[in-house]
Design a protein around this ligand. Sequence first.
Ligand code: S3P
Length: 710
Amino acid sequence: MRLCTDGPLRGEVEAPGDKSCSHRAALLAALTDDEVTIFNFAPGEDCASTLDCLAALGVPVTRRGSEVTVQGRAGVLDEPDRVLDCGNSGTTMRLLAGLLSGQRMHVILSGDDSLNRRPMDRIVDPLRHMGADIRMREEAGAPLSICGGVTRGGEYRTPVASAQVKSAILLAGLYAESATTVREPGTSRDHTERMLEAWGVPVQRHNGRVRLGGKGLSRLRAPEDGVRIPGDISSVAFLVAAALLTPGSEVLIRNVGINPTRTGILAVLESMDARVEADNVRDWMGEPVADLLVRHSSLRPFQVEEDMVPTLIDEIPLLALLAAHARGTSTFRGVGELRFKETDRLAAVQEELGAVGVQCRVREDTLLIDGEEDFSAIPATPDARGDHRMAMTLALAGLPDGRVELRNDSAVDISYPQFFHHLRSLGARPSSRGEHLQMGLLGEGIEDSASPPMLRTALEVCGLRGSYRLFDVGSKDLGAAVRGLGALGVVRFNVTRPHKVAICRYLDRLAPSARDLEAVNTVVPDGGELVGHNTDVAGVARALRDAGFRMQDSRVLIVGAGGAARAALRAAVDGAAAGVHIANRSPRAAAELAGLWWAEDCATQVHCSGLTDVPGGRFDLIIQATPVGSLDASCPLPEHCHLGAGVTVLEMIYRPQVTSLVRRARTAGAKVVPGSEMLLHQGARAFELWTGEAAPVQKMREELGRVLRW
Ligand code: S3P
């Protein structure tokens, strides 16, 4: 993946829910005896790990997009019959370890290789002091084996300022008979404290000490109207940086959590002269929230002192990149804790950002960056090392012209799966240049398709590496085929008859172009998900527009009622046609199409009938959308339909080019738009969705002409 910008970034983005707050809300909800709805729950795999673990502990969890409902178990969870998988999420493992230390059962927590290498003694030691029976691997890492047992609170001094350690102790402290106090060497994020207070459990805070009274669990009540999670400043920081670095940009990011224990980055940006304004500040259950307005800026170097590090701990790789764009030396002191993140981030910053040309030095726990105003990355293919924040930082390092090709970009899914999508919506161009793009067509009886030569030409003209193959699959094998293609890395494909509707249930999501239509002809990967799009509608509209046809206020006859007719109807409705008549051999299928809600609830009058009952009178546009129509089959259009001058005919069949309808239309003096034009434009749009490149439409048309020999 390469990220480019052609011009300024502009627009608005709704910040995705905060990861730290989402973990905490789900865990606390499980301990109440209420059904708790959490709105704006964080996307990404880390928080999904927390929900999966809760489900394995017998907590009913339902999720509809960013809305999560947790049915609390009044503090009593079920002993799971398997090892709980915390994935890549340190917060899941450490906070859950605290929470489970108060339960009476045996649980094993494990994670991926990166998580199992991270230090767990920092939570295990205090939890043992509170009475918990916990074992860890000899090297102080996970898997952890927990048998509960917390009975007492106590006072703990944590060796590092870590919100995960503090929160693990506080969650265990909820079960303790006596008070629990945590003292930290610095102030780490305080979402647990704020949330406990908002949920009825008093927490006293004074001079770096946090104190929770005994038996806190009995007081815990979820807010009545559910919980709204503020936007994640650690995720949107990457959008902020993209806007700061791209000349002319102006971007508004809504609903960003600006808890002062998280906003170290805003303070540093201010000292860099970055133009970032926080407006419309309000309170969401004890957490301050604002909208951030960001404008392109020239940046000055900065100093981060040790006491500030906990407030920007996750933003250091990104700030290191911004420092590269500020003339002079920027310094981060006391950042040794970075060695214990998802990867050794100090080494990753030095080596991977170093590989793209950022001048980094590490002196013990100090990181120094020598920047220049007109920093430009050297072409490189750095490795995110499976670390989501490194992945997003490195993706931005290649701006504006995509000099950096990021390997393993799927790491962004850990915290911010919509990262590339949001950047695209602001005008950036994630480009697949450098990747080997495996594309194809999934359908039945497709050996004659003209898509392979057309799309191979597009790849070649754009200088992209890739292939376009045919996958002939019957209906009963469709699900297996989609999974199989995914396993082979074929995640960009077109879909044709008879699977356009059935494919929907095998995809993760439908894009707006396919949602109402419930028909998909293009599948596009986005943040590890398969998203269904429909480019047929745009293909019809574009083919007609290029032929000079004006849809608005026109009268349209659509012959057929299958998938192609559905796209034609949608193009007519979207183009504000005055009326559409759907004629089909089976009048019932025509009525079904005309009865789709979006066809009924629109300004266009939609009627239908059998083929022989098409009303007399003139249509401005006739779309032939049945599979019949080849030279030897009879023309599906009834004889009485007028076909003179001033009528436009779109014949969706492109092989052969001259069908009986095309001959009849030409003889009668009607204007003919060949089906190959629709094929061309739907394919061009699919190509753009897959590659982020402008499709070479004329070259694709020439290739189609050669293949179809017109
Ligand atoms: C987090 C705390 C921080 C942070 C992590 C999330 C939390 O870790 O890096 O991304 O939600 O408590 P530490 O507590 O280990 O510093």
